[in-house]
Design a protein around this ligand. Structure first.
Ligand SMILES: Cc1cc2nc3c(=O)[nH]c(=O)nc-3n(C[C@H](O)[C@H](O)[C@H](O)COP(=O)(O)O)c2cc1C
Length: 330
């Protein structure tokens, strides 16, 4: 007899069939990966950031491969919220009004749709939230208050009070659960996390990319037209794990973790450290089937360890606070 493995993951009222999802901006917003991935096998799909109006993004070149990662400076290219509601949401949901978002009711594609939004002002975020609140095809919002590639984007997560204001305003404008996406660049990272939680964020998404640059030595020019780009991929995984651990140690808040998850082993490191969801980002560009292989690998691990529920793994990290000393430079 084969034992059934239960990957169900709950965040508030949302029930995810498993913890695997994708990181915003690395999986499109519609059918881009449908040839490779059975969307219904994912716990959720997270869209590319949607903004109030069309954004052309930054000039090319805006992607550059680096050791164990990549730099990107896409600049939140998208067609804007009205196009998103008209042309993207209907791909996932037949019933736009009256379905049960919590249980994926009324969906063409039976998985949760988490819409990532960004604006240049609190009013922008509120407007986006109100529009999406009316769409029952949407399960939750992810607030991108942390994009490193746009001029007005980082400010919200740079300081706890700004984070509080934007999250609170969105919370008051929608009944949808909120994931607040944080940047590892915030000086007071835990202060920002706390502010997001106090303002009513239902979960946190950790981490966005880290600003970096690369130089073409023949032309003596930056490799990216934007000069700086966000570093992602395995290069940032230890940093993402560290932030996850710090947040889980301080706060009782579900986390969607991301940062260099390429394999099931990587995903398990985040689950053991306490992540509720694991989002696959840069790996999708290297291996478009990465999410499916990661899910299989998690199940194999659970079988090997005789775990029947993912809850047994989540947060099973053994560490004593007294052991956690950071000694700079070894
Ligand atoms: C090409 C590219 C585009 C991205 N676009 C977005 C975006 O639109 N919104 C957002 O919140 N994060 C965006 N991100 C950040 C990812 O969602 C994720 O936080 C980050 O890449 C770390 O995960 P990874 O190392 O697995 O890629 C983007 C990342 C990449 C590589």
């Amino acid at each position: 007899m084969t034992t059934k493995i239960d990957l169900t993951t709950k965040i508030g009222n949302l029930v995810f069939k498993n913890p695997a999802t994708v990181a915003s901006g690395t999986f499109g917003s519609k059918d881009e990966y449908i040839r490779y991935v059975d969307y219904e096998k994912l716990g959720a799909i997270v869209t590319k950031t949607v903004t109030p109006k069309l954004r052309k993004g930054n000039p090319m070149p805006r992607i550059y491969e680096t050791p164990s990662g990549m730099l990107n400076a896409i600049g939140l290219q998208n067609k804007g919220i009205d196009d998103f509601i008209e042309n993207k949401i209907p791909y996932f949901s037949t019933i736009l009004h009256g379905g049960s978002a919590n249980l994926c009711g009324g969906r063409k594609i039976k998985t949760h749709l988490i819409v990532n939004i960004a604006g240049e002002s609190i009013e922008d975020f509120v407007m986006l939230a109100k529009k999406l609140d009316r769409e029952d095809g949407v399960s939750a919002l992810e607030l991108n208050i942390s994009c490193p590639n746009v001029k007005k984007g980082l400010e919200f997560c740079a300081k706890p009070d700004l984070t509080y204001d934007v999250v609170k305003a969105v919370k008051d404008a929608t009944k949808l659960p909120i994931f607040t996406k944080l940047s590892p660049e915030a000086r007071d990272f835990l202060g920002v996390a706390e502010a997001a939680i106090k303002a009513g964020s239902n979960a946190l998404s950790l981490i966005n990319t880290i600003r970096g640059m690369a130089v073409d030595i023949e032309k003596c020019r930056p490799q990216l037209a934007n000069v700086f780009g966000g570093l992602s991929g395995p290069a940032i995984r230890p940093i993402a794990l560290r932030y996850l651990h710090e947040v889980k140690r301080e706060f009782d808040i579900p986390v969607m973790a991301m940062g260099g998850i390429m394999t099931a082993q990587d995903a398990l490191e985040f689950l053991i450290t306490g992540a509720h969801l694991i989002a696959v980002g840069t790996a999708n560009f290297v291996n478009p089937k990465a999410t499916m292989e990661i899910l299989e690998g998690i199940e194999d691990y659970m079988k090997r360890k005789s775990y029947t529920s993912i809850d047994k793994i989540r947060g099973s990290l053994k560490t004593k606070q007294a052991d956690e000393k950071y000694i700079p430079a070894g």
